[in-house]
Design a protein around this ligand. Structure first.
Ligand SMILES: *Cc1c(COP(=O)(O)O)cnc(C)c1O
Length: 233
Protein backbone atom coordinates (compact mmCIF):
# COMPACT_ATOMS: atom_id res chain seq x y z
CA UNK A 1 0.00 0.00 0.00
CA UNK A 2 1.40 3.43 -0.89
CA UNK A 3 2.15 4.88 2.49
CA UNK A 4 1.81 8.55 1.57
CA UNK A 5 -1.89 8.46 0.61
CA UNK A 6 -2.79 5.88 3.21
CA UNK A 7 -1.23 8.02 5.93
CA UNK A 8 -2.83 11.16 4.64
CA UNK A 9 -6.27 9.53 4.61
CA UNK A 10 -5.83 8.37 8.19
CA UNK A 11 -5.89 12.06 9.08
CA UNK A 12 -8.16 13.52 6.47
CA UNK A 13 -10.94 10.95 6.18
CA UNK A 14 -12.11 11.17 9.81
CA UNK A 15 -12.11 14.96 9.50
CA UNK A 16 -14.21 14.88 6.35
CA UNK A 17 -16.60 12.37 7.91
CA UNK A 18 -16.90 14.62 10.97
CA UNK A 19 -17.68 17.63 8.80
CA UNK A 20 -20.39 15.65 7.01
CA UNK A 21 -21.86 14.32 10.25
CA UNK A 22 -21.84 17.74 11.90
CA UNK A 23 -23.48 19.42 8.93
CA UNK A 24 -26.12 16.70 8.73
CA UNK A 25 -26.91 16.88 12.43
CA UNK A 26 -27.11 20.68 12.29
CA UNK A 27 -29.67 20.30 9.51
CA UNK A 28 -31.62 17.62 11.40
CA UNK A 29 -30.60 15.01 8.85
CA UNK A 30 -29.16 11.51 9.19
CA UNK A 31 -25.48 11.57 8.13
CA UNK A 32 -26.08 8.21 6.43
CA UNK A 33 -28.21 10.03 3.84
CA UNK A 34 -25.09 11.73 2.50
CA UNK A 35 -22.80 9.63 0.36
CA UNK A 36 -19.13 10.58 0.20
CA UNK A 37 -17.69 10.38 -3.31
CA UNK A 38 -13.89 10.53 -3.15
CA UNK A 39 -12.62 12.52 -6.13
CA UNK A 40 -9.26 11.09 -7.17
CA UNK A 41 -8.84 13.14 -10.36
CA UNK A 42 -5.34 14.53 -10.74
CA UNK A 43 -3.98 11.99 -8.25
CA UNK A 44 -2.33 8.69 -9.16
CA UNK A 45 -3.84 5.23 -8.96
CA UNK A 46 -2.22 4.93 -5.52
CA UNK A 47 -4.65 7.51 -4.18
CA UNK A 48 -7.62 5.48 -5.39
CA UNK A 49 -6.15 2.27 -3.91
CA UNK A 50 -5.60 3.96 -0.57
CA UNK A 51 -9.16 5.31 -0.61
CA UNK A 52 -10.56 1.82 -1.16
CA UNK A 53 -8.36 0.39 1.58
CA UNK A 54 -9.67 3.12 3.90
CA UNK A 55 -13.22 1.97 3.27
CA UNK A 56 -14.33 4.45 0.61
CA UNK A 57 -16.31 2.64 -2.08
CA UNK A 58 -17.34 5.59 -4.26
CA UNK A 59 -14.59 7.04 -6.42
CA UNK A 60 -14.97 9.95 -8.84
CA UNK A 61 -13.05 11.09 -11.91
CA UNK A 62 -13.77 14.03 -14.20
CA UNK A 63 -12.13 12.76 -17.40
CA UNK A 64 -13.06 9.59 -19.24
CA UNK A 65 -9.40 8.79 -20.01
CA UNK A 66 -8.40 9.03 -16.37
CA UNK A 67 -11.42 6.97 -15.34
CA UNK A 68 -10.31 4.27 -17.78
CA UNK A 69 -6.77 4.25 -16.38
CA UNK A 70 -7.98 3.93 -12.79
CA UNK A 71 -10.45 1.15 -13.64
CA UNK A 72 -7.83 -0.70 -15.65
CA UNK A 73 -5.53 -0.67 -12.62
CA UNK A 74 -8.08 -1.31 -9.88
CA UNK A 75 -11.01 -3.11 -11.46
CA UNK A 76 -14.66 -2.84 -10.55
CA UNK A 77 -15.04 -5.16 -7.57
CA UNK A 78 -16.19 -3.27 -4.50
CA UNK A 79 -16.06 0.13 -6.22
CA UNK A 80 -18.72 2.43 -7.60
CA UNK A 81 -17.09 4.57 -10.29
CA UNK A 82 -18.47 8.06 -10.69
CA UNK A 83 -17.95 10.19 -13.80
CA UNK A 84 -18.27 13.77 -12.58
CA UNK A 85 -16.90 15.85 -15.49
CA UNK A 86 -18.23 16.94 -18.87
CA UNK A 87 -18.59 14.02 -21.27
CA UNK A 88 -17.61 14.90 -24.84
CA UNK A 89 -19.89 13.35 -27.44
CA UNK A 90 -17.12 11.21 -28.85
CA UNK A 91 -16.35 9.85 -25.36
CA UNK A 92 -19.96 9.01 -24.52
CA UNK A 93 -19.64 5.36 -25.50
CA UNK A 94 -16.60 4.87 -23.25
CA UNK A 95 -18.22 6.76 -20.39
CA UNK A 96 -21.35 4.62 -20.65
CA UNK A 97 -19.27 1.45 -20.54
CA UNK A 98 -17.07 2.57 -17.64
CA UNK A 99 -19.13 4.59 -15.18
CA UNK A 100 -21.58 3.29 -12.60
CA UNK A 101 -23.04 6.78 -12.26
CA UNK A 102 -22.56 9.74 -14.61
CA UNK A 103 -23.16 13.00 -12.67
CA UNK A 104 -22.60 15.32 -15.59
CA UNK A 105 -25.25 14.86 -18.26
CA UNK A 106 -25.40 18.45 -19.49
CA UNK A 107 -27.31 18.21 -22.78
CA UNK A 108 -30.02 16.16 -24.42
CA UNK A 109 -27.46 15.20 -27.05
CA UNK A 110 -25.04 13.67 -24.56
CA UNK A 111 -27.96 11.97 -22.84
CA UNK A 112 -29.04 10.41 -26.12
CA UNK A 113 -25.53 9.17 -26.86
CA UNK A 114 -25.09 7.68 -23.40
CA UNK A 115 -28.52 6.06 -23.56
CA UNK A 116 -27.89 4.56 -26.96
CA UNK A 117 -24.53 3.17 -25.87
CA UNK A 118 -26.00 1.66 -22.72
CA UNK A 119 -29.00 0.23 -24.56
CA UNK A 120 -26.70 -1.35 -27.18
CA UNK A 121 -24.88 -3.07 -24.33
CA UNK A 122 -28.23 -4.15 -22.84
CA UNK A 123 -27.51 -2.05 -19.76
CA UNK A 124 -29.28 0.72 -17.93
CA UNK A 125 -26.91 3.55 -17.09
CA UNK A 126 -27.60 5.59 -13.96
CA UNK A 127 -27.17 9.31 -14.53
CA UNK A 128 -27.68 12.70 -12.94
CA UNK A 129 -28.51 15.77 -14.98
CA UNK A 130 -26.15 18.68 -14.36
CA UNK A 131 -27.89 22.02 -13.97
CA UNK A 132 -26.18 25.38 -13.92
CA UNK A 133 -28.13 26.84 -11.01
CA UNK A 134 -25.50 29.51 -10.35
CA UNK A 135 -25.89 31.00 -13.81
CA UNK A 136 -22.11 31.47 -14.05
CA UNK A 137 -21.12 31.55 -17.71
CA UNK A 138 -18.11 29.30 -17.15
CA UNK A 139 -20.19 26.47 -15.70
CA UNK A 140 -21.45 23.47 -17.59
CA UNK A 141 -24.98 22.24 -17.22
CA UNK A 142 -28.44 22.97 -18.48
CA UNK A 143 -30.00 26.28 -17.57
CA UNK A 144 -32.73 25.66 -14.97
CA UNK A 145 -35.46 26.68 -17.43
CA UNK A 146 -34.05 24.25 -20.00
CA UNK A 147 -33.90 21.51 -17.40
CA UNK A 148 -37.62 21.82 -16.68
CA UNK A 149 -38.32 20.44 -20.17
CA UNK A 150 -35.20 18.39 -20.83
CA UNK A 151 -35.03 16.29 -17.66
CA UNK A 152 -38.40 14.54 -18.12
CA UNK A 153 -37.41 13.84 -21.74
CA UNK A 154 -34.02 12.46 -20.71
CA UNK A 155 -35.80 10.29 -18.15
CA UNK A 156 -37.80 8.69 -20.97
CA UNK A 157 -34.72 7.70 -22.99
CA UNK A 158 -34.06 3.98 -23.29
CA UNK A 159 -30.83 2.91 -21.59
CA UNK A 160 -30.87 5.66 -18.96
CA UNK A 161 -32.15 5.93 -15.42
CA UNK A 162 -32.21 9.51 -14.12
CA UNK A 163 -31.36 9.26 -10.44
CA UNK A 164 -31.40 13.00 -9.78
CA UNK A 165 -29.55 16.25 -10.38
CA UNK A 166 -26.08 17.71 -9.94
CA UNK A 167 -24.75 21.25 -9.64
CA UNK A 168 -21.61 23.22 -8.84
CA UNK A 169 -21.52 26.27 -6.61
CA UNK A 170 -20.34 29.61 -7.96
CA UNK A 171 -16.76 30.64 -7.28
CA UNK A 172 -17.37 32.89 -4.29
CA UNK A 173 -17.04 33.05 -0.50
CA UNK A 174 -20.58 34.33 -0.22
CA UNK A 175 -22.30 31.54 1.68
CA UNK A 176 -25.75 32.93 1.02
CA UNK A 177 -25.16 32.87 -2.71
CA UNK A 178 -23.79 29.33 -2.53
CA UNK A 179 -26.76 28.26 -0.42
CA UNK A 180 -29.26 29.71 -2.88
CA UNK A 181 -27.52 27.90 -5.76
CA UNK A 182 -27.99 24.60 -3.94
CA UNK A 183 -31.53 25.41 -2.79
CA UNK A 184 -32.44 26.10 -6.39
CA UNK A 185 -31.35 22.59 -7.38
CA UNK A 186 -33.41 21.07 -4.56
CA UNK A 187 -36.51 23.03 -5.59
CA UNK A 188 -36.02 22.04 -9.21
CA UNK A 189 -35.73 18.39 -8.20
CA UNK A 190 -38.94 18.62 -6.19
CA UNK A 191 -40.82 20.16 -9.11
CA UNK A 192 -39.49 17.61 -11.58
CA UNK A 193 -40.35 14.72 -9.32
CA UNK A 194 -43.89 15.94 -8.91
CA UNK A 195 -44.22 15.82 -12.70
CA UNK A 196 -42.30 12.65 -13.56
CA UNK A 197 -41.95 9.54 -11.45
CA UNK A 198 -38.95 8.57 -13.58
CA UNK A 199 -36.81 11.30 -12.01
CA UNK A 200 -34.93 10.20 -8.90
CA UNK A 201 -34.24 12.22 -5.77
CA UNK A 202 -30.45 12.35 -5.62
CA UNK A 203 -28.76 15.74 -5.28
CA UNK A 204 -25.05 15.70 -6.07
CA UNK A 205 -23.75 18.95 -4.63
CA UNK A 206 -20.98 20.03 -2.30
CA UNK A 207 -17.20 19.94 -2.65
CA UNK A 208 -14.31 20.57 -0.26
CA UNK A 209 -15.17 24.22 0.39
CA UNK A 210 -18.95 24.11 0.48
CA UNK A 211 -19.99 20.68 1.70
CA UNK A 212 -21.70 21.95 4.86
CA UNK A 213 -23.89 24.41 2.96
CA UNK A 214 -24.73 21.68 0.44
CA UNK A 215 -25.78 19.26 3.15
CA UNK A 216 -27.89 21.93 4.81
CA UNK A 217 -29.66 22.38 1.46
CA UNK A 218 -30.33 18.66 1.00
CA UNK A 219 -27.28 17.15 -0.71
CA UNK A 220 -27.29 13.35 -0.90
CA UNK A 221 -23.83 13.09 -2.48
CA UNK A 222 -20.79 15.24 -1.81
CA UNK A 223 -17.84 15.08 -4.19
CA UNK A 224 -14.66 15.62 -2.21
CA UNK A 225 -11.12 15.75 -3.59
CA UNK A 226 -8.80 18.28 -1.95
CA UNK A 227 -9.92 17.71 1.65
CA UNK A 228 -9.07 14.01 1.29
CA UNK A 229 -6.04 13.86 -1.00
CA UNK A 230 -4.51 17.34 -0.89
CA UNK A 231 -3.87 19.78 -3.71
CA UNK A 232 -3.82 18.45 -7.25
CA UNK A 233 -0.88 19.12 -9.55
C1 LIG B 1 -12.64 18.39 -8.88
C2 LIG B 1 -14.09 18.25 -8.67
C3 LIG B 1 -14.61 18.05 -7.38
C4 LIG B 1 -13.76 17.99 -6.13
O1 LIG B 1 -13.36 19.27 -5.76
P1 LIG B 1 -12.55 19.58 -4.42
O2 LIG B 1 -12.73 21.04 -4.25
O3 LIG B 1 -11.14 19.18 -4.66
O4 LIG B 1 -13.18 18.80 -3.33
C5 LIG B 1 -15.98 17.89 -7.26
N1 LIG B 1 -16.80 17.93 -8.33
C6 LIG B 1 -16.33 18.13 -9.58
C7 LIG B 1 -17.28 18.15 -10.71
C8 LIG B 1 -14.96 18.29 -9.79
O5 LIG B 1 -14.53 18.50 -11.03
Amino acid sequence: MPVAYAERLRETLPRVRDRIAEAARAAGRDPAEVRLVAVTKGHPVDAARAALAAGLADLGENRVEELAVKIEAIGRAGVRWHMIGHVQSRKARDAAALADLVHSVDSLRVAERLGRAAADAARVLAVLVQVNTSGEGSKEGLAPEEAEDAVPRIAELPGLAVRGLMTMAPLTDDERLIGSTFARLRELRDRLRSRSERVGGELSMGMTNDLAVAIREGSTMVRIGTALFGERR
